[in-house]
Design a protein around this ligand. Structure first.
Ligand SMILES: Nc1ncnc2c1ncn2[C@@H]1O[C@H](COP(=O)(O)OP(=O)(O)OP(=O)(O)O)[C@@H](O)[C@H]1O
Ligand SMILES: [Mg+2]
Length: 342
């Protein structure tokens, strides 16, 4: 049963991003469409190099050297983020769209107490005096369930465990009540128990604060446990998108099926994604058609040509809101016969 639709906070259309270097141009993101509703947790999943991080970083234009957005729109509250000046973007990044990365240590300043780091964010973005900012910092620590918040606020980053450091990062990210939290592999470096606690915290914060979350992971167990909707990326494109239950019940794309088959129990968090046999394409020369063809047990000749994104309007086998970029999802496609070679 799906929840009633909420207003869209983000609408990304035809996003294309490349990385240019002396060794060629990597077409990292190739026409990604993405929507995010208020209060929704959208999972982005796919193997390493599929374009998850570049998609997220493009939305807030935080690309590393050599990264260029060559096309697309990223509408946030009616404004195209991709058209904003650097100054306007800094405001959006500080106040409206916050990011939490895999390794909190690299994002925290080791020479400053964590409390001071939160207070600095509040002083910079909110018109608060120091006393009020400190009180708010304690409140944020309580919100992310750091025990003994009042005393822990004066500790340095290295005095926290990995899980607690990630809570500190989340507290900093929440300082200005963002509308969107982008969490890029926020639990990958943590052990399974701590990972579960952080994922539970993200869900609780979504429920309490109503923010939307983009959760990047290569772990389908994390998706099953945490996300409402999921997009499967491969070769810089959306291979499939669906409500989480529909993706597990009725996967359409052979790549999705391969990912699911690689985990014995998809509801079990913490298992790394075992890769489907074969390796991803060289994104300097991506294929015209489906990038999964060389690894696909169901490939047909037509799969070498550009593939439309099929929806339930095209094929009743797809669920409402499900999209699949696969010629096999065409109602006219021959039924798959594993004995036959097409
Ligand atoms: N700074 C960079 N310079 C050059 N190429 C890059 C850079 N960052 C990413 N890429 C390339 O862009 C493509 C997409 O990378 P991206 O980081 O989005 O993958 P990902 O899905 O986040 O993978 P992972 O699970 O490993 O984090 C890859 O081919 C990658 O090699
Ligand atoms: Mg990444």
């Amino acid at each position: 049963m799906s929840a009633p639709a909420q207003p869209l906070v983000l609408s990304v259309r035809d996003l294309q991003t490349e990385y240019r270097s002396g060794r060629g141009t990597v077409q990292a993101v190739r026409g990604v469409d993405l929507t995010l509703q208020r209060g929704e947790i959208l999972g982005l999943v796919g193997e390493s190099g599929s374009g998850k991080s570049v998609t997220c970083m493009s939305i807030i234009k935080l690309l590393k050297r050599g990264g260029h957005i060559t096309s697309g729109v990223a509408e946030f509250n009616g404004r195209d983020l991709l058209q904003l000046s650097e100054r306007q973007l800094e405001k959006v990044r500080g106040e409206k769209i916050a990011v939490v990365f895999q390794d909190p240590m690299s994002a925290l300043n080791p020479t400053m107490t964590v409390g001071k780091q939160i207070v600095e964010v509040l002083l910079q973005h909110r018109k608060m005096n120091k006393k009020a900012a400190r009180a708010r910092a304690v409140e944020l620590f309580e919100l992310v369930r750091i025990p003994s918040a009042l005393s822990r606020i004066d500790s340095y980053p290295h005095e926290f465990s990995g899980g607690m450091r990630q809570r500190v990062m989340i507290a900093i990210a929440l300082a200005c009540d963002p509308d969107i939290l982008i969490a890029d592999e926020p639990t990958t470096a943590l052990d399974v128990t701590i990972q579960r606690q952080i994922l539970a915290l993200l869900k609780e914060l979504r429920d309490r604060l109503g923010m939307a979350i983009i959760l990047v992971t290569h772990d389908l167990g994390v998706i099953a446990e945490t996300a409402d909707r999921v997009m499967v990326l491969y070769g810089g494109q959306v291979m499939e998108e669906a409500a989480v239950a529909d993706l597990f019940d009725a996967p359409q794309h052979p790549y999705t099926r391969g990912l699911l088959a690689a985990i014995p129990d998809p509801r079990e968090a913490g298992r790394p994604l075992s890769p489907v046999r074969g390796s991803p394409p060289d994104m300097r020369t991506p294929p015209l058609g489906c990038p999964f063809v060389p690894r696909c047990p169901q490939a047909m000749r037509i799969c070498q040509t550009p593939v439309p994104l099929y929806t339930a309007d095209d094929n009743p086998a797809l669920r409402a809101g499900q999209r699949a970029r696969c010629w096999r999802a065409d109602v006219a496609a021959p039924a798959f016969n594993s004995e036959a070679t097409s």
